[in-house]
Each structure stands twice: as C-alpha cells, then as structure tokens.
Design a protein around this ligand. Structure first.
Ligand SMILES: CC(C)(COP(=O)(O)OP(=O)(O)OC[C@H]1O[C@@H](n2cnc3c(N)ncnc32)[C@H](O)[C@@H]1OP(=O)(O)O)[C@@H](O)C(=O)NCCC(=O)NCCS
Length: 183
C-alpha cells in the first residue's frame, strides 16, 4: 500500500473502500465547482459510485497498473490524485487530480503531483509522465508548468465535458529531464 507524508498537514494514501462515504460527501458538496472541468461528476450520483471508483482503484493496483490516492489535509479527505493505467509498452503514464475548492491556492496539488512524478520515474521506472488539461483550465495548467513540464501541443476537441467538446493541452516530463527533489 502506498502511503506518503507530503508535509505536516498533507498525506497521500491509496483509495480504500472505507473512504467511499467521505469521498462521496466531498463530491456532493463540491459538485458545481468540480463539474466545470471533470466529466465524471454528473454521473457520480450516490455513494455506490464512489464505491465503484474505490473498487476499480483497487483492481488497478492489484493489476500492477498504477493507483489512486486520497489527499488528506489535516486528516480529512480533500481530493484525489491518481495514475491512469500504466502504458508499460511505451513506459508512459498520465496523472489526474482534483482538490477541494476550499483548500486551493496553497500549493497542495503541486506538491502531491511532484510525489507522483517522482514515484513514476523511480519506482515504476517510466520514461514519460503526461498531464492532460483542458486548455481553458488555467489553474490546472499551472501545475505541470510549475513542475517544469513541456507543453507538447493541443489535442483539438479531444474531451467531452458535460455538453461540449474541449481542447486538451498535453504536458510531458521525460525521465532524463526530471530534477530530483534533493537537487
Ligand atoms: C486544478 C486544481 C487541483 C488546482 O488547485 P490549486 O490549489 O490551484 O493548485 P496547487 O495546490 O498546486 O496550488 C497552487 C496555488 O497555490 C499557490 N502556492 C502557495 N504556496 C505554494 C507552493 N509552496 N508551491 C506551489 N504553489 C503554491 C500558488 O501560487 C497557486 O496559487 P494561485 O492560483 O493563486 O497562483 C484545482 O483547482 C481543482 O481541483 N480544480 C477542479 C478540478 C480540476 O480542474 N482538475 C484538473 C483536471 S485536469
């Protein structure tokens, strides 16, 4: 099981079935804010959907294809960060994330992303980490940019978001370009 202390207030721990109630309560409370950029929000209508997410996350981990973490801030669930299923052939993975609106603006997600990128390169020994973001989602774009990712370009109308297509900016970091945290 992956458990990691990010700083004195923030921890990462793999999503478990017992997190489903708290996770769903956060989604329910944040629905309008989250649906602006996350296509799954409108389909998450009951705690059963959070259980389905937790179950899929456990299967992903058991299959050796990445994992999802709850971000806990001062003990309570404040968001999710996770890997897409790892593309082992091309040694590549994507990172996805969301954070409670109330605790934005403190660098929490940038710090959590740094942990995930480090894990991808040192533990999974991958070659490339990607972050895909709707081009208009400036807060999210700032995260890979802050971490030194390169913007490879735009995938036009690549994501269906509630009722329209949006363009996706593709950011990448290569193993050899990643600066270790201690450097
Ligand atoms: C995208 C999202 C995670 C960004 O959250 P965030 O709080 O802006 O990101 P971070 O936790 O990295 O914090 C960065 C902010 O903290 C500030 N900050 C403070 N201390 C910092 C530190 N030590 N390091 C980095 N940033 C710091 C930055 O200046 C920035 O604030 P600003 O937006 O006022 O410039 C959040 O807005 C979200 O979940 N949105 C809805 C879902 C979503 O869009 N998900 C992504 C889909 S691709």
């Amino acid at each position: 099981m992956f458990v990691h202390t990010v700083d004195k207030n923030t921890t990462l721990a793999m999503v478990e079935m017992r997190d489903a109630d708290e996770l769903f309560a956060l989604v329910e409370a944040s629905r309008m804010y989250l649906r602006e950029w996350l296509p799954w929000v409108d389909t998450a209508v009951s705690v059963e959907d959070s259980k389905t997410f937790a179950e899929a996350a456990q299967k992903q981990y058991v299959d050796g294809d990445g994992f999802q973490c709850c971000i806990r801030y001062r003990g309570r669930i404040a968001g999710i960060i996770g890997f897409s299923r790892v593309d082992w052939l091309n040694r590549c993975v994507q990172i996805g994330y969301w954070l409670d609106e109330e605790i934005q603006g403190r660098g929490i997600m940038t710090a959590c992303c740094r942990v995930f990128v480090e894990f991808a390169f040192t533990q999974y020994r991958l070659h490339r980490v990607e972050i895909r973001v709707a081009t208009e989602n400036q807060k999210s774009r700032a995260i890979p940019e802050r971490l030194g990712f390169t913007c490879d370009g735009t995938l036009h109308e690549a994501e269906w978001l509630n009722d329209h297509f949006v363009d996706s900016a593709v950011y990448s970091m290569l193993h050899d370009d990643w600066k270790r945290p201690e450097q």
